[in-house]
Design a protein around this ligand. Structure first.
Ligand code: VAH
Length: 308
């Protein structure tokens, strides 16, 4: 039985659905600071900065796994760094404490945002320099170290992946630097035009949500003896800049136009992150593989947004 925090978020909302399809609705408990209207299965209103509330939710449903997704993403975290620290680190240590006290398996994502300007940008290694220049990145590096600590010190089975920018059509993302890559599809459908706040030629790792969710399943079901890194694995699928999305969209909407109005703060964040990271360790240790490339993702995104 699994407790998912951040169940109303971009990843959490689809993760709950996928887990319920896999393990049965009654076995997946969603939780977030507020309840969505269309909640089908078990749900608890939990503020993850309240450790007791988190413990009580895990105990009430007698879960054996916590998947901790509640967090502030990079752009929002840069606007409100102290609140980001309190939620991202306070929530994480509360969730790890519950996992320790109740002997739960644990998943939380890191991000390409854990890397900084001094990190090699192309083929970023699994083990490399990590001196991020954003509060979000500081939270992700500290989070990785904290999760490894709970594994080595207390034997908590913690596992994580470093997510690229995630693209999805179910729940609009909030506050991410990479979210231009989601907005562009909606604007392409609505107006056949999008003005990007990230400059041309700015490469970042990206991934379609189905691959992101599949990676969690693969990692959590992997043989623990094969896991060297645990927190957290580089994974990626696509390395793209805004013009690459435009080219892929124009195959479906030929007169789609991309314009630029660069946001200096978000551009600075994007430039501090890698262009393409190396995911060999994940492939070797637990069989990670992405299935969507920018063309198959674009076809699916446009089709799903059209029906939405
Ligand atoms: C963000 N989408 O932009 C998230 C993610 C790598 C980017 O961490 O903050």
């Amino acid at each position: 039985r699994i407790l998912v925090t951040g169940a109303q978020g971009q990843i959490g909302s689809e993760l709950v659905t996928m887990l319920r399809d896999h393990y049965g609705t009654a076995n997946v408990i969603g939780s977030d600071i507020r309840k969505g209207e269309a909640e089908e299965g078990p749900f608890e209103i939990v503020d993850v900065t309240d450790g007791k509330a988190l413990y009580d939710a895990a105990a009430k449903h007698n879960v054996d796994t916590i998947m901790h997704l509640a967090a502030l993403l990079s752009a929002k975290a840069e606007a409100k760094p102290k609140q980001a620290w309190d939620l991202n680190m306070g929530g994480l240590i509360n969730a790890l404490e519950v996992a320790r006290e109740r002997n739960l398996q644990f998943f939380t994502p890191s991000s390409i945002g854990a890397f900084g300007p001094s990190t090699p940008k192309k083929g970023t290694p699994q083990e490399t320099i990590m001196r991020p220049t954003t509060m979000y990145g500081v939270n992700k590096v500290a989070g990785e170290l904290l999760c490894d600590y709970y594994y080595y010190r207390f034997g908590v089975d913690t596992r994580g992946v470093r997510y690229p920018g995630l693209i999805s059509y179910v729940t609009p993302p909030g506050g991410g630097t990479t979210d231009y890559a989601v907005e562009i599809y909606y604007e392409a459908m609505r107006n056949k035009k999008y003005t990007s706040y990230i400059a041309a030629g700015t490469y970042m790792d990206m991934m379609y949500m189905p691959d992101a969710l599949h990676a969690i399943m693969k990692l959590m079901e992997a043989d623990p003896d094969k896991l060297v890194y645990r927190n957290a694995y580089n994974i990626s699928a696509i390395s793209a800049a805004p013009e690459d999305f435009a080219k892929a969209i124009q195959k479906h909407i030929p007169d789609f136009e991309l314009a630029y109005d660069v946001d200096p703060a978000l551009q600075q964040i994007a430039e501090s992150w890698p262009d393409s990271i190396d995911a060999t360790a994940a492939a070797e240790e637990w069989g990670f593989q992405a299935t969507y490339d920018i063309d198959t993702m674009t076809a699916d995104m446009l089709e799903k947004i059209q029906t939405k």
